[in-house]
Design a protein around this ligand. Sequence first.
Ligand code: HEC
Ligand code: HEC
Length: 275
Amino acid sequence: MRKLSTRRRHPLAGFVVLLMGLVVAGGMYAAFAPKPATAEEASSQQVEAGRKLFLIGCASCHGKNAEGIQTKRDGNYGPTLVGVGAAAVDFQVGTGRMPMAASGPQAPRKTPEYTEEETAELAAFIASLAPGPAIPEDEYLDYKSVTADGLREGGEFFRTNCTACHNSVGAGGALPSGRYAPSLKGVDAKHIYEAMTTGPQQMPVFADTTITPEEKKNVIAYIKKLQTQPEYGGLAGGGHGPVVDGLFTWVIGIGGLVGFAIWIGAHGARVRKKA
Ligand code: HEC
Ligand code: HEC
């Protein structure tokens, strides 16, 4: 004990205490930090298989090490994929957007070219380059378990954060320069989740640290609910939301009334008397 108290005045003592404090704080953080919703760790075989697939199918646009390839005029053949995470790959390849067939303002959704296993391998390879959003665990995709309260919260969140681009019933809508926010009809729960964590193109990122996985599940439940609710009004009108409904009423409804008024004007009793 006496030894320790004499060493306390050593010029380096303050530094040692600081170092110990940092180590303890770091350890505590690692132990208690919130864990993102990650799927199980990828095996090295998976990463290696993914790298091979990547070199054949993706490297021509994204570069051999996924570093991205720039065009002469500062554009991109393909952006860097370092740090986009497994979720971005699972979303892009799982919805058939990647590999991109032809360059254009936006890669459209199409039938996926890779099997689920190959997609997982590609995702493992990209995730091995740098950390990024992971593929969500099944418990956060089980939207059927969401309660009525959760559904209401999900609806509120959807109406504030998603309808500007995707329309109030998720029918999608046009964006500037030939781009669009796609319809959310029939999109997999997993892909809805991944779209939120990765924010493809102009879509903002809704990270797990700001919107918890639980809240995301509520949003998914609401989107799914929108698509299955019965059309209480009778005629569905294509489910394109209030703007289209309004247009329909305006053109067909008011237009019909005007036409009817003209018809009355042409066939009324006074007209017949004149003839
Ligand atoms: C013909 C060129 C081309 C090929 C081939 C291609 N990509 Fe892409 N990729 C692009 C372009 C351009 C973008 C950015 C535009 C967009 O997001 O729609 C992109 C975007 C992406 C993104 C989103 C990045 C982000 O920031 O979220 C991922 C992930 C991705 N590609 C993965 C792949 C994988 C995996 C393959 C191979 C299976 C592949 N790509 C093949 C051109 C290509
Ligand atoms: C600023 C506009 C914008 C907002 C806000 C936005 N999105 Fe998107 N979203 C997009 C665009 C653009 C795409 C298409 C990206 C692409 O094709 O690369 C997209 C794609 C998607 C997809 C993929 C659909 C498919 O066909 O595979 C889902 C799911 C999605 N968004 C859900 C949401 C949800 C849920 C919210 C709210 C939490 C939201 N988006 C908010 C613009 C937006």
